[in-house]
Design a protein around this ligand. Structure first.
Ligand SMILES: [Zn+2]
Ligand SMILES: [Zn+2]
Length: 219
């Protein structure tokens, strides 16, 4: 099962599509193909089946972009890296938690599972940047929920699609959350004026006004 978000963008994982504890997993069928987040890692084959169903050959997926270090987003990363030979990208401020498989920082304690360490091939440094030479795709550092949270923005045909993932939080000392950073990041996201928001657990929100009010409720 999958859900078509817009043009070559698909929702291929999440509570209803793969496993109950999986975050939303998005597939961008660009040149090259890439995934944004990877789910908890208990049912990676279901996500791969959904990608196939969406008509994409899994061997074409070259990148896995991680929005932050939490296990419901990174759990599938080691398996996808091994099976697909893709490169994993994450922000420098969350990369340590991912490579060390830190139980507290990855929130694995909450899920009572042992995280597997994942190599981060591409470390995103600073406040914003691009991924390889993929046209229209950029990332922005949005700390708060975790220190190394990022969002990805894809612009196509005059539309702006925001992959915001855990916009809703929560904030916790165990995650190294920072309320002031979180609020500033949410304001930054509102200013983007995105047409579509692809969220980590709430799914897809369409329409500029709806996107704005969704983000605003958490400030
Ligand atoms: Zn999270
Ligand atoms: Zn999450």
């Amino acid at each position: 099962m999958f859900y078509k978000v817009f043009e070559d963008i698909y929702l291929v994982g999440g509570t209803d599509l793969s496993g109950p504890a999986d975050c939303c997993v998005y597939l961008l069928n660009l040149k090259p193909c890439l995934l944004i987040d990877s789910g908890l890692g208990k049912v990676p084959e279901r996500i791969l089946d959904n990608i196939n169903e969406a008509g994409v050959n899994i061997s074409e997926i070259k990148y896995l972009l991680l929005t932050h270090c939490h296990i419901d987003h990174i759990g599938g990363a080691p398996e996808f890296r091994k099976r697909l030979g893709l490169k994993i990208a994450a922000h420098e401020k969350d990369a340590d938690a991912i490579t060390n498989a830190d139980r507290t920082l990855t929130a694995a304690d909450w899920y009572n599972i042992n995280p597997s360490p994942a190599d981060v091939d591409i470390v995103l440094r600073g406040e914003r940047g691009i991924i390889g030479d993929i046209s229209g795709l950029s990332w922005i550092h949005t700390p708060g929920h975790t220190p190394g949270s990022v969002v990805f923005v894809y612009e196509t045909g005059g539309r702006k699609i925001l992959f915001g993932q855990d916009i809703h939080g929560p904030l916790s000392d165990g995650f190294r959350s920072d309320r002031r950073d979180y609020k500033n990041s949410l304001k930054k996201l509102i200013e983007l004026n995105a047409d579509i928001l692809c969220e980590g657990h709430y799914g897809v929100i369409k329409g500029r006004e709806k996107v704005r009010s969704f983000i605003e409720q958490f400030i």
